[in-house]
Structures are given as structure tokens and as C-alpha cells.
Design a protein around this ligand. Structure first.
Ligand code: NDP
Length: 285
């Protein structure tokens, strides 16, 4: 058996086309989705991410603002900018690129973003809405994971989903979204006993660990859908996921590669969130 390879790039392109088509329609009604991205400091990876977000905005016809602030920007100045963007009607989504320099309290900054513009989905109220099941902007990578599973043709309801990782940005929200989709969900982490035994019962296995190739075929039930969120840099400079892709390819039913799986979905879901926020701001259902 060879697994279906879930092509995150192709699925992401398809969603972007849908977002673009809706954006074009909105423009005819005089509405242009607007995204503000705030970058503090010179972190090379963050600079690349911000550049990609700016490019995506241009590609989709969004209005975009990128605020590049120096590493010594005070928390007070950053909060003042957030408050200004909260009030600015041309901006529907605000994304503060993390991590922030150490002298800035990340939580205070996330808390300051208006929930209606919280396109990263990290505000405590957004997290609460996600748990309750209320309509809210969903965190991008976890929302991308769900889209990938669905668009690969897997029905989530009734399946046993095992999520390895419990971070606030990936593991926990992925688990909550799978629960919302009516999976039976098990969350595992570094203190889980019998990880292999639990993982190998999963119909849907999501790895969000941050350890290159930690999951080999012995963790995978034959035919399982394997979603690899991990992005790890190997000593030779190449990227690897948390899943040993080559080893799991034969045993799994469907699997995401790294790169080209979950990765391309994150920015696409950010764009989708910005569009959603713009529609809500203008009362368009
Ligand atoms: P964190 O380091 O915040 O969380 C890792 C989680 O994995 C923790 O819950 C930890 O458990 C658990 N864990 C660590 N070691 C083990 C182990 N040996 N067995 C079982 N569980 C373990 O990472 P993130 O959630 O932020 O990211 C996870 C991965 O996803 C990273 O590779 C990251 O680069 C990638 N990522 C990819 C994105 C994308 O766009 N594709 C976006 C965000 C992240 P414990 O809680 O007990 O410490």
C-alpha cells in the first residue's frame, strides 16, 4: 500500500483562488480586506514570514500595511500602534509576528488586539470562543490542518484522532477543532506514557512535537491519515517534519510531506481569516 500524498501546496492554491474570487466580488461592493502585519526586530525567519504575508496580500488584492519596528521599540509604543490599528477602518486583521523581543510582554500585546481583528486567533477570547464552539477567527495552522484533512477526502466524524503536542498555538487548538468536527480526541505530550501504543490506535494522527522524524511507522496504524505539523532544520540545512515521511509512506493511508504539507496552509488561512473579518466588519454574511 502506498499512501495518498496530501499536497498542501495544491490545496492551499485552491483555497487562495476561492479567497481571491470572493475578494474580487467584495471589491465590487466597495470592500477591500485589509491586513496589518507588525514586525519588531530583525529575526531572519520572522522577516521571511512577514515578506510572504505581504506577497499573499498583493496576490489576493488585499490592502496591506507592514509596520517594521526596531528591536528596541518599547512595549508602550507597540501597544499604541495596536490601539491605532484597532480603530483603523481600512484594517480588518492585525498580526503581530512572534516571537517579540524579550523586553516586550507578548501576552499584553496579544490581549490588546481587538478580537474582531485577531486573525492569528491567539487572543484569549478567540481561544474561549473556539472551545465553546462560537463563531470566531480560528488559529491559522490548526485551521489549516483541518482543511487539509477534509479536502483530502477524510470524514473526521467518529474517527479516533491522536494529537501529539499540547502547545497553545498548535496542539491544543488542533485537538479542539478535531473535537468540534466530532472526532474522538486523545492529546499526548512529553509526559504521556505508552505514546506509541496510543498513537498507533489513531485513525488520524497529528504530530506537532518539534523533533525531527520522531514518528516512524511503529507509531502509525495501517491506513491512518498522518498530518505532520513539524518544521525542523536538520544539520545539513534541509527541512524535516516530526514524522519520518519515507518510513511512514507505505503504512499510512494519507500523509503530508514537509515541506509542502501543512506549511503552505498557514498563510492561506491567515488570508481567509482576514477576508472573514472584513465581511463581518461590513455586515456581509
Ligand atoms: P512546542 O515546543 O511549543 O510544543 C511541542 C509539544 O510537543 C509540547 O506539548 C511537548 O510536550 C510535546 N513533545 C515534545 N517532545 C515530545 C515527545 N518526545 N513525545 C511527545 N510529545 C512531545 O512546539 P509548537 O507546538 O509551537 O510546534 C510544534 C512543531 O510545529 C514545531 O516543529 C514547529 O516548528 C512546527 N510549527 C509549524 C507551523 C506551520 O506553519 N507548519 C506553525 C507552528 C509550528 P510538553 O507540553 O509536555 O512539553
Amino acid at each position: 500500500m502506498t499512501a495518498q500524498i496530501i499536497n498542501g501546496k495544491a490545496i492551499s492554491d485552491m483555497i487562495r483562488e476561492e479567497v481571491k474570487a470572493e475578494t474580487d466580488k467584495l471589491r465590487q461592493q466597495g470592500v477591500v480586506p485589509g491586513l496589518a502585519v507588525v514586525l519588531v526586530g530583525e529575526d531572519p525567519a520572522s522577516k521571511v514570514y512577514v515578506g510572504s504575508k505581504e506577497k499573499a496580500c498583493i496576490q489576493l488584492g488585499f490592502y496591506s500595511e507592514v509596520h517594521r519596528l526596531s528591536a528596541d521599540t518599547s512595549e508602550e509604543d507597540l501597544l499604541a500602534l495596536i490601539h491605532k490599528l484597532n480603530e483603523q477602518s481600512t484594517i480588518n486583521g492585525i498580526l503581530v509576528q512572534l516571537p517579540l523581543p524579550k523586553h516586550i510582554n507578548e501576552k499584553a500585546v496579544i490581549d490588546a488586539i481587538s478580537v474582531d481583528k485577531d486573525v492569528d486567533g491567539f487572543h484569549p477570547e478567540s481561544v474561549g470562543n473556539l472551545v465553546i464552539g462560537d463563531d470566531s477567527l480560528l488559529p491559522c495552522t490548526p485551521a489549516g490542518v483541518i482543511e487539509l484533512i477534509k479536502r483530502a477526502g477524510t470524514d473526521i466524524a467518529g474517527k479516533h484522532a491522536v494529537v501529539i503536542g499540547r502547545s497553545n498555538i498548535v496542539g491544543k487548538p488542533v485537538a479542539m477543532l478535531l473535537l468540534r468536527e466530532n472526532a474522538t480526541v486523545t492529546i499526548c505530550h512529553s509526559r504521556t506514557a505508552n505514546l506509541k501504543e496510543i498513537a498507533s490506535q489513531a485513525d488520524i494522527l497529528v504530530a506537532a512535537i518539534g523533533r525531527a522524524k520522531a514518528i516512524d511507522r511503529s507509531y502509525v496504524k495501517p491506513g491512518a491519515v498522518v498530518i505532520d505539523v513539524g518544521i525542523n532544520r536538520l544539520p545539513d540545512g534541509k527541512l524535516a517534519g516530526d514524522v519520518d515521511y519515507e518510513d511512514c509512506l507505505e503504512v499510512s493511508g494519507a500523509i503530508t510531506p514537509v515541506p509542502g504539507g501543512v506549511g503552505p496552509m498557514t498563510i492561506t488561512m491567515l488570508m481567509s481569516n482576514t477576508l472573514k473579518a472584513a465581511k463581518k466588519a461590513h455586515g456581509i454574511g
